[in-house]
Design a protein around this ligand. Sequence first.
Ligand code: TRP
Length: 333
Amino acid sequence: MENGKKVMLSGIQPSGELHIGNYLGPLIHWPEMIEEYDCYFFLADLHTLTVRQEPAELRKRVLKLLANYIAVGLDPEKCTLFIQSHVPAHSQLSWVLNCYTMFGELSRMTQFKDKSAKHADNINAGLFTYPVLMAADILIYQPDFVPVGEDQRQHVEICRDIAERFNGIYGETFKVPEPYISKVGARIMSLNQPESKMSKSAPEGCVFLLDKPEDIMRKFKRAITDSDTENCVRYDPEHKPGVANLMQIYGSATGKTYEEIEREFDGLGYGAFKPAVGEAVVETLRPIREETERLLADKAYLESVYRAGAEKAAYVAGKTLRKVYKKVGLVER
Ligand code: TRP
């Protein structure tokens, strides 16, 4: 804990580009969080190795995401931003924690089961011990909270179990963190399949933060509205999920309420509404895209950010690692 603030930590897998589902959901609240908490955010590059990566692509993607996160408001002066592989203590603690994690508990992880089914030709040991590295990522900073999506809740649970088990054997060593599942965050659905969440795996229904304006406009113009013939902008998520989703996006981008949106498009229909949503999103994303491009052109600055981040993180992580090594009986160097 620094200056009395609670500590928060989260890792981001650099496995794809950020889209407006990420942005209007959890991400948009992060700039407020860095004011309130002592925050650590890192790009979990080691975790992505559990699935085969194109090396040059991975390297580029990590820097692009770093720039993108700074551009959406993660000011590196106000939080600790770093790359997981730059702080070796994560991997070192992970080995120790492997010895306090049971084969049975890892076998029960739903993500392991899902990913093994999806990558049946590459069910590697890293996929199996993924939650242990994640537990090490977390416990090494002694955070109070770990903001994650619902899909990661089970991983935070096993992290708590590992911490409690270790503390039970060796006495208080790790703080047992709480998951922090974002309170409000919009749940943005796919533009062409409004019954599923917006996802990079269905790119035509997904608007990426770095998409060009013409691509954004095309995606919105082709967005699915609803199958009734009403042609009326009205908020009814149950019967008109496509329209409700567009209204949610438009509302987040403009700050307008659903009633205001209904009034604005009264009598105008979807033909006017869809491009208006597209334009609002283009304008919301424009400064983010421009700032990301500016940062990507300034490699020296990005390097200074991730170096300073790793240095600060390594200092904190080193303290926990030394404590753990000592507790389990390793000889101090
Ligand atoms: N597994 C997380 C995800 O896929 C990423 C992650 C890695 C993480 N280490 C973490 C998240 C530590 C929170 C804390 O989203």
